[in-house]
Design a protein around this ligand. Sequence first.
Ligand SMILES: NC(=O)c1ccc[n+]([C@@H]2O[C@H](COP(=O)([O-])OP(=O)(O)OC[C@H]3O[C@@H](n4cnc5c(N)ncnc54)[C@H](OP(=O)(O)O)[C@@H]3O)[C@@H](O)[C@H]2O)c1
Length: 330
Amino acid sequence: MGGAIRAFVIDRVDGRTSSGMRELSQAELPDEPVLVQVAYSTLNFKDGLALTGAAPIALRMPMVGGIDLAGTVIESRAPEWRPGDKVIVNGWGLSQQHWGGYAQQQRVRPEWLVRLPGAFSLKQAMAIGTAGYTAMLCVLALEGMGVRPGGEEVLVTGAAGGVGSVAVAILARLGHTVVAATGRPDTSDYLRGLGASEVIERSALAAHGPPVQEERWAGVVDAVGGHILANALAQTVYGGAVAACGLAGSRDLPGSVLPFVLRGVSLLGIDSVMAPRAAREEAWRRLSVDLDPARLDEMTVVEPMSKLPELAQKILAGEIRGRTVIDVNE
Ligand SMILES: NC(=O)c1ccc[n+]([C@@H]2O[C@H](COP(=O)([O-])OP(=O)(O)OC[C@H]3O[C@@H](n4cnc5c(N)ncnc54)[C@H](OP(=O)(O)O)[C@@H]3O)[C@@H](O)[C@H]2O)c1
């Protein structure tokens, strides 16, 4: 237990980001109260940004990457957590200010931990990961605005990615008619398998369009931003809502206020990193009810930490389908 800990570490050498496998000792881990034996982490878009240095995600160096982890508590100075507890951490600045999940052991703060829901294994929890838990936060936000099954269609953008795949599966299981927008037409069968009723080309939403357009969507989960988000807002029905969580296409919002002032459309900002514990616990509770584990398994692959450099490039290029679990012990 006290031996070398294999980790994937981001560093800056001569002003350039360089990341790779390294061995750490337990003494090098941060002085936080709960020591977790990590089983799995995940690959998210933000991990791609952090590992390549494409955006300044890691704020101090060296930094153990991985914004997610799932594992078993092996030591705890916090009364609410005991050795043997199965736990999840999503966000909270892992891989930014705090060392993250790409390590066989990690020390974390007790208030960051969520208990593993009985419905999921540690691997399935990381198949969900930040992307899937964020998809659930988006669905909860839409529900909060009255978006219910049985009404008009709902749209998911960036549908073949991590957030998108989980959002499609949850919304379809809840009984919504889900339209999946993707730039990869070859994922059409995959998206229909997850429950999409229709698959549309990303290009149909990608050009600059009129500020209000024919009303179609009761609700939208948008992981992409830019013109796609602006067009989604312009096509949302009177009183509908758009949950915006991502910037895989663009950080811009090149739109108009007309959907807000003419149609009462709501734009809902979604953040998973600093979301309060009660919101996380509710999201994980709902995931265990509303996400079919069989659909989750269909969208997931497991990879070793040594493949992270290649995977980081691929996720930024939009070439990763669904979710990738990282086995930190392989
Ligand atoms: N707010 C939060 O707390 C939070 C949490 C998690 C994720 N996010 C953000 O959500 C986004 C998705 O994350 P993810 O982990 O699901 O990433 P991902 O697996 O790479 O999915 C992103 C998807 O967006 C689409 N896409 C990629 N590049 C695009 C482009 N240039 N133009 C239009 N569409 C493009 C692709 O879908 P298709 O191939 O189907 O078109 C891609 O699969 C990221 O921006 C991430 O930072 C935010």
